[in-house]
Design a protein around this ligand. Structure first.
Ligand code: FES
Length: 254
């Protein structure tokens, strides 16, 4: 049987969902592959939900919002563009093709555009084939953990504010500079989450972590230092002269 992708669509109530509704009422044909979740604003779609959709078996995720300037909550769609950008980065770090994530603007009067969009995305996903989420489950779980990190959440939620008003120190960063900061934070948190995931399964050395994660050993060591400072990982029985590490379970023994 030919592969049929499963798409999760998060659509904002005021524009994209109404556009999808109009497509239905107008009898514009579009593939049945999309499952729609209505949200009040595209800015409310947590990046974690995008990653979770892949963990739960989606082949693609579409986030739909109002056109810039039309958001009923003023800047929700602009915030969405930053948040979904972070989700895309984490999905990519997990080993999933970022073309499986799309952010689009569809107004309430664009039923035809909605139908065309679903048709096009379905076609792209058919060509990409089934999601490789199963083989990349460790990466996706690490991505989900990383997205729970306070620093990353604060950055993803406040990017627009930082660009327009400046950070806590009154510094204004260009969008490009801020994206660089966010992407670095995303990579760091992702790699730390991977270390914790692997070290939870048993003692592991920096060398083995480096090999498993395909990350230079000196960078793994830097992460270990940070994780030890946060009491999230401890040094355990050495293998010969090589120290090994294991995750400290909260409320549990080392
Ligand atoms: S209400 Fe539609 S994107 Fe905010």
């Amino acid at each position: 049987m030919a592969f049929e992708p499963r798409i999760v669509g998060f659509l904002c109530n005021w524009c994209s969902y109404a556009g999808a509704d109009l497509a239905g009422v107008s009898r514009f044909q579009y593939p049945w592959n999309i499952r729609i979740v209505r949200v009040m604003c595209s800015g409310r779609v947590d990046p974690m939900l995008v990653v979770e959709a892949f963990i739960q078996g989606a082949d693609g995720v579409l986030v739909g919002g109002c056109h810039p300037g039309d958001c009923h909550y003023m800047t929700g769609n602009l915030q969405a563009s930053y948040k979904i950008g972070v989700a895309e980065k984490l999905v990519e770090l997990a080993g999933i093709d970022p073309r499986r994530v799309r952010l689009e603007w569809v107004s309430a009067s664009e039923g035809q555009r909605f139908a065309d969009l679903v048709r096009d995305f379905t076609e792209v996903l058919r060509k990409l084939g089934p999601s490789n989420a199963r083989e990349r489950m460790d990466g996706l779980v690490a991505a989900r953990t990383a997205l729970g990190d306070f620093r990353l959440r604060a950055l993803a939620s406040n990017e627009l504010k930082i660009v327009e008003e400046g950070n806590a120190y009154g510094e204004r960063l260009s969008k490009e500079k801020l994206m660089e900061v966010v992407h670095t934070a995303a990579r760091e948190e992702f790699e730390r989450a991977m270390i914790l995931l692997l070290a939870r399964r048993g003692n592991i050395s920096v060398k083995d972590l480096s090999k498993r994660m395909n990350v230079p050993a000196d960078r793994v060591l830097e992460h270990i230092v940070v994780l030890r400072q946060k009491s999230l990982i401890s040094m355990d029985h050495p293998e010969g002269f090589t120290p090994t590490y294991r995750t400290i379970e909260i409320g549990g023994e080392q």
